[in-house]
Design a binder for this molecule. Structure first.
Ligand SMILES: O=C(O)CCC(=O)C(=O)O
Ligand SMILES: [Fe+2]
Length: 365
């Protein structure tokens, strides 16, 4: 039997000696058997509810701007795949996504051109005009700082939950690496009939994230829109939980843990006609673009057994997902597959900055 709802993980429990054991068991179950969970009581270790309201306000103001202000920061102007993407420009699972978004990140200078090309997945942001949105950059900067802190706390807990020392996953991260985030607006699907909907309303198509973990703040939540595929191929809607973040395992964590943690497939179905649209703010916990894995960590036989028993139960999981470049850190550094997936998703940007690499990617998918 696969899961039919997402587990709720209460972060407070990790810091109380009476509940810590329970917390670790619940987190291990979520990482291995589901690949997704709903995180509550995170505020002392990350953004407060006030910070989240603040970021939501900035997101609403950004999307409400006249088109030309958004086009000034269009991703096509960034060799680092940062900036604004209009509805219909991104491709997932072979089809166009019905969402509008801006990709943002920890502010870093452009990497040297002498480095291997995949280093260009990091670089400076394109900031919207500060005279028009004066509080945007400070709010984003603060949000990234607080989410980074939360994600660092979580990586120590994840390590312990799967039987490693607290610092057991730290070598995959570096001090000044670039964490990523997005503001994403999913317009109401007014122009489509309900009959078309099952096939047509792709907010974002089925995919696995190319991250360590992803933390999603559903600022304007539409029930049933965010869906997770269980291991029998059934779509499970994420249920509303006040003051929560939805957290999922990405392919880098799956790879680093030799498949123990599961990078679960998910998608967003466009919000129903008349629902007013959905606003989501995912934070992507990336790893060091240079991270290699010479040798896998020594996992205990008990944890490896959990993985193997789970894998025996996978039946039609993965049927709905199109081609993605999967990381293999024993062969190529982490940034390599991230770069290729960015090219695949944002082909207009790649055409401008990396035309040769785009041809290679298109030949592989
Ligand atoms: O919009 C969301 O809540 C999730 C989006 C997502 O899965 C992604 O951008 O990777
Ligand atoms: Fe995702």
């Amino acid at each position: 039997m696969s899961f039919n709802s997402l587990p709720v993980i209460d972060l407070n429990q990790a810091f109380d000696a009476d509940t810590k054991n329970n917390f670790m068991n619940d987190l291990r179950h979520a990482l291995v058997e589901v690949g997704f969970f709903i995180l509550i009581n995170f505020e002392q270790h990350g953004p407060s509810q006030h910070d989240l309201k603040n970021i939501e306000e900035q997101a609403v103001s950004f999307f409400a701007l006249p088109k030309h202000f958004k086009e000034e920061v269009a991703m096509i102007n960034s060799p680092h795949f940062l900036g604004y993407t209009d509805v219909g420009k991104e491709i997932t699972s072979g089809r166009v996504d019905l969402r509008e978004q801006i990709d943002l990140a920890t502010e870093l200078p452009a990497p040297s051109k002498t480095l291997p090309l995949y280093h260009q997945v990091e670089g400076p942001n394109l900031w919207p005009n500060a005279e028009v949105l004066p509080r945007f950059r400070p709010a984003i900067t603060e949000f990234i700082e607080k989410m980074t802190a939360l994600s660092v706390t979580m990586r120590g807990l994840v390590a312990q939950a799967i039987g490693l020392p607290q610092n057991g996953l730290d070598t995959f991260f570096r001090e000044n690496q670039q964490y990523k985030m997005k503001l994403v607006s999913y317009p109401d699907s007014q122009e489509h009939s309900d009959e078309e909907s099952a096939n047509f309303r792709q907010g974002v198509g089925a995919h696995r994230d190319n991250t360590f973990m992803t933390f999603i703040y559903q600022a304007i939540e539409i029930e049933g829109s965010l869906q997770v595929e269980n291991f029998e191929g059934k779509w499970v809607p994420v249920t509303k939980t006040p003051n929560s973040l939805v957290v999922n395992v990405g392919q880098l964590l799956e790879n680093i843990t030799n498949g123990i943690c599961k990078a679960t497939i998910h998608r967003v179905v466009s919000p129903k006609k008349g629902s007013g649209g959905r606003l989501s703010i995912p934070f992507f916990q990336t790893v060091d673009t240079n991270a290699y894995q010479e040798k896998l960590a020594d996992f205990s036989p008990e944890v490896l057994l959990l993985r193997d028993e789970r894998d025996q139960q996978l039946t039609s999981w993965g049927r709905n997902v199109g081609f993605q470049f999967t990381p293999d850190l024993t062969k190529t550094p982490a940034g390599y597959s991230v770069f290729k997936n960015r090219i695949k998703s944002h082909q207009d940007v790649a055409e401008r900055w990396y035309p040769e690499e785009l041809r290679e990617v298109l030949a592989q998918i």
